[in-house]
Design a protein around this ligand. Structure first.
Ligand code: CP
Length: 317
């Protein structure tokens, strides 16, 4: 593996699950791979889990990990080419990226959708610039359109908790006060579509995701109908993908909050969310604190997914 920016970078789902299992059972077995190697983790946006779990994964592999918050302590970066830089941005990303690359062996980048220009977001301009100009393997720590380390951890978690070979997994939209990217939902869909699970997406009309990620999965506009017989409920908010409302909130209907009554329609489903989660917007206290909530083991598996990915990249260096 050279880069890890989507599900398309893994060899197969089966192999990814096997690799994760090995890493989880033998977290310190590959320390020789990372000796004298450095990973640089670049954050354009805030993070708790991704920042900590990726550092922990790198340390487990014997690597050095350096974290840079672009918006706290680094120069403000210009990302557009051809701009006369007479504003508050002191450095161009086209110099910053190769400089960062010269200090490390692998780069991780978090850069969310900006909602300024849909084409820039969906063409993944920022992370692709890192791939093009850094000279280093690049790992997505959540890009404009996908969050593959999260989806990989979600897959590992479902494999650990599933009670049948082909569980019913439901991705449900839920309300949130801010406009959020579609990345987690896109990515989760893309990964679930690679499995043989029964995968259903439910959301209010107007929140349709890019078909590139939905890939013909069943879309059910009636949330309660979607929940019937589900083995896993994966809640997430996202803003509108479709034009002319890209990046906007159409409705924040509290009827879409995941609560105990809706969970009772399922096959005693496990509740999942990537976190951070807005309690009593996305999910009620009762559901997230219930025995069926697996959000903490799901977050813990972020170390496993990151370690499995970094290991594969180290093997190819
Ligand atoms: N789930 C996730 O990526 O969490 P952070 O935004 O805290 O990294």
């Amino acid at each position: 593996m050279r880069n890890f920016t989507s599900v398309n970078d893994i060899e197969s789902i089966k192999r990814a699950i096997e690799n994760a299992k090995y890493v989880k059972e033998n977290p310190f077995a590959d320390q020789h791979l990372g000796k004298n190697k450095t990973i640089m983790l670049i954050f354009f946006n805030s993070s708790l889990r991704t920042r900590l779990s990726t550092q922990k994964a790198a340390l487990n592999l014997g690597m050095n990990a350096i974290v840079l918050d672009i918006n706290q302590g680094a120069w403000k970066l210009e990302t557009e080419r051809g701009v006369i830089m007479d504003g508050d941005k002191s450095e161009h990303i086209l110099e910053a990226i190769p400089v960062i690359g010269s200090y490390c062996d692998i780069i991780g980048v978090r850069s969310f959708a900006k909602f300024e220009k849909k084409s820039d977001d969906y063409e993944e301009v920022i992370i692709n610039q890192f791939i093009k100009y850094s000279g280093r393997p690049v790992i997505s720590l959540e890009s404009a359109t996908v969050h593959p380390l999260q989806s990989y951890a979600d897959l590992i978690t479902i494999e650990e908790y599933k009670k049948c070979e082909k569980p019913k997994v439901v991705l449900t939209w839920a309300p949130h006060p801010k406009s959020l990217p579609q990345a987690v939902a896109n990515s989760f869909s893309e990964w679930m579509n690679r499995t043989d699970y029964e995968f259903v997406i439910t959301h209010p009309k107007g929140y349709e995701l890019d078909e590139k990620f939905v890939q013909g999965a069943r879309v059910e506009y009636d949330q309660e109908k979607a929940f019937e017989g589900a083995d896993f409920i994966y809640a997430k908010n996202w803003s509108v993908y479709q034009d002319p409302n890209y990046g906007k909130i159409l409705c924040n209907d509290p009827d879409w909050t995941v609560d105990s009554r809706k969970m009772s329609l399922t096959n005693n489903a496990y509740f999942m969310h990537c976190l951070p989660v807005r309690r009593n917007m996305i999910v009620t206290d009762e559901v997230i604190e219930s025995q069926q909530s697996i959000v903490i083991p799901e977050a813990a598996n972020r170390v496993v997914s990151a370690q499995a990915v970094i290991k594969e990249i180290l093997l190819g260096l």
